[in-house]
Design a binder for this molecule. Structure first.
Ligand code: C2E
Ligand code: CA
Ligand code: CA
Length: 389
């Protein structure tokens, strides 16, 4: 049993519409038919998931088919004259070695598929008993995450951003937390899952609504310092209703756009530069401040910096850590700061932990600093105490 799940398919639906997505699914199903021989049973399980029953228990033979499939996916699919590159992650479970009932086969192929995703997508994994101990199945996690929204297991934490020389608070970033059965599941785990499953839209709306409400409250209490930054995932940004949602949320919470900074990542731009530029212009026109998150880690094209209405760059932690001993990172960071200053863009360093890092950044005229050096992200009551002080 082979369980195939397309990578980032939701993004295509969001950017090009469902009709386009359907056409792509149709083309992809043709590729499955080409790759697997006529004895294979091929089914669409729903959404962007396919199940294939192959009449073989030979790992070598299965690997041959899977390699052929990966090769096919390295070429673009052409839909309405647009070239679309898409990849797939697959999990393989063998009867009767790995599972004996249909239900178990399905579940374990799903677990193996999730392992393929975890290893970086665009690949396949054979089921291994260890996987089951490592992770609950992908479908189970998605179900739990769906419940999390309803059961109010999601909560915003807040981290300070400080002026690099005077140390005063110049902003705050809202960071999402999932408290599940007394465990904190880190956003690095559940945000990608939410993006994949489409839940990011609901989760993103939760973050916007709660973020806006909190900011309104701080403004009324007179304790708002600078702007509050909210992370926007690529899929959320290109979703057809995003601008409408922003407007509706502002109205509903009586929050003002100028109190809010929206953080987007470089990868959102790469997916669809033209669309992103137009969206960011609309967001800017509403009065929001826009920052580019994790700067330097994506495939940043410097020409975007010129064309995008970006107010701030956030230099990624990977360049900052231990910078006093990393001559190459020093050059990169100095150059990014110089570039930002010349372009009139604010510049912040992320993940700053030590005095040595601060010293280097201050010496090189960074505007602001975010990191454990000043404070870790903290829950609402704690940040309010800090803001009131
Ligand atoms: P990010 O946007 O780059 O957020 C900064 C991350 O670095 C946060 O991790 C923060 O806790 C951590 N951090 C800050 N200062 C330091 C430091 O000095 N040292 C170290 N080691 N880490 C530091 P967190 O909260 O686990 O969030 C991880 C990522 O999850 C975020 O990275 C962001 O991409 C995503 N995320 C968090 N909340 C949201 C959200 O509401 N929506 C979306 N779409 N993504 C979110
Ligand atoms: Ca961020
Ligand atoms: Ca970041």
């Amino acid at each position: 049993m082979i369980f195939i799940d397309l990578d980032e398919f939701g993004m295509i639906n969001d950017s090009y519409g469902h009709r386009f997505g359907d056409k792509l699914l149709f083309e992809i199903s043709k590729v499955f038919k080409e790759v697997f021989d006529s004895t294979a049973f091929i089914a669409r399980m729903g959404g962007d998931e396919f199940g294939i029953i192959l009449n073989s228990g030979d790992k070598e033979e299965i690997t041959f088919f899977m390699q052929k499939l990966l090769d096919k996916f390295s070429n673009p699919f052409t839909i309405d004259f647009i070239d679309i590159y898409i990849t797939a992650s697959s999990g393989i479970c063998i009867f009767p070695d790995n599972a004996k009932t249909m239900e178990d086969l399905y579940q374990e192929a799903d677990v193996a598929m999730y392992n393929a995703k975890k290893r970086g997508k665009n690949r396949f994994s054979f089921y291994h008993a260890q996987f089951k101990k490592d992770a609950i199945s992908y479908t189970q996690m998605v179900t739990n995450l769906k419940q999390a929204i309803k059961n109010e297991e999601l909560e915003l934490y807040f981290q300070l951003q400080n002026d690099s020389t005077r140390g005063e608070i110049v902003g705050i970033e809202a960071l999402l937390r999932w408290r599940h059965q007394d465990k904190m599941i880190p956003p690095d785990i559940f945000i990608p899952l939410a993006e994949k499953s489409g839940l990011i839209i609901d989760i993103g709306n939760f973050v916007l609504r709660n973020g806006f409400k909190t900011v309104k409250r701080w403004h009324e209490l007179g304790i708002l310092k600078g702007r509050v930054a909210i992370n926007i995932s690529a899929r959320q940004l290109v979703h057809l209703d995003f601008i409408k949602t922003l407007k509706a949320m502002l109205k509903e919470t009586e929050c003002e756009a100028l109190w809010i900074e929206l953080e987007i990542t470089e990868s959102s731009i790469l997916e669809n530069p033209k669309l992103t530029i137009s969206l960011l212009q609309q967001i800017k026109a509403l009065g929001f401040y826009i920052s580019m998150d994790d700067f330097g880690t994506g495939y940043s094209s410097l020409s975007y910096l010129k064309n995008l209405p970006i107010d701030k760059l956030k230099i990624d932690k990977s360049f900052i850590t231990n910078i006093q001993n990393e001559p190459k990172n020093q050059i990169i960071v100095k150059t990014i700061i110089f570039l930002a200053k010349e372009l009139g863009i604010d510049i912040l360093a992320e993940g700053v932990e030590t005095q040595e890092e601060v010293d280097f950044l201050v010496e090189n005229k960074i505007d602001s600093i975010q990191g454990y050096y000043y404070a870790k992200p903290m829950p609402l009551n704690e940040i309010e105490t800090v803001l009131q002080a």
